[in-house]
Design a protein around this ligand. Structure first.
Ligand code: CTP
Ligand code: ZN
Length: 153
């Protein structure tokens, strides 16, 4: 695709999360803790035509790379996504997502009595099942709409 056809410009440095299932871009932003107030430059494409997927979402975050914990939760809600690390306008690394065994610190437990919801310095930990995730502290299972349990800072 030539540059004049790009809907969202190339970025000098940062992370491009590409091939996100259409409709998931805002959940991706929630996982990354991006609410527009942090000052980062972020570009979002929604329902962008894609040869491979029909339509896709794409998120470009300038000046930032992702932590493994963020990548793990991303892989739950956007398993087809590709993470491109950009330096000096070039893609220097392309990561394909794998379903993680556990996700730490990004989801919150829906059980109000869970230790992770008390005022304790305990990070949430969820074991990844075939059809959901299970809190490692109280064993509560979240099957539907995992994105709704993303802890927002
Ligand atoms: N990109 C960007 N800024 C750059 C370089 C790349 O925003 N400086 C974006 C591209 O627009 C594309 C994604 O990062 O959406 C991946 O770039 P590239 O690997 O060059 O594209 P493709 O080969 O089409 O990627 P894939 O094979 O993963 O579809
Ligand atoms: Zn719990």
């Amino acid at each position: 695709m030539s540059d004049h056809q790009l809907r969202v410009s190339k970025i000098p440095r940062g992370t491009v999360i590409d091939h996100i299932r259409a409709g998931q871009a805002l959940n991706v932003l929630a996982i990354l803790g991006i609410d527009g107030l942090g000052g980062e430059t972020v570009s979002i494409g929604m329902n962008v035509p894609s040869d491979r997927m029909g339509h896709k979402d794409i998120v470009k975050v300038e000046g930032r790379e992702l932590s493994q914990d963020e990548v793990d939760v991303l892989s739950l809600i956007a398993p087809e996504a590709t993470i491109n690390i950009i330096r000096e306008y070039e893609v220097v690394e392309k990561q394909y997502l794998e379903r993680p065994e556990r996700v730490v610190g990004v989801l919150s437990c829906p059980n109000h009595n869970c230790i992770t919801n008390a005022d304790e310095p305990v990070e949430t930990k969820f074991e990844v099942l075939d059809d959901g995730v299970r809190c490692e502290y109280c064993e509560t299972i979240v099957r539907e709409d995992i994105a709704a349990h993303i802890a927002v800072e």
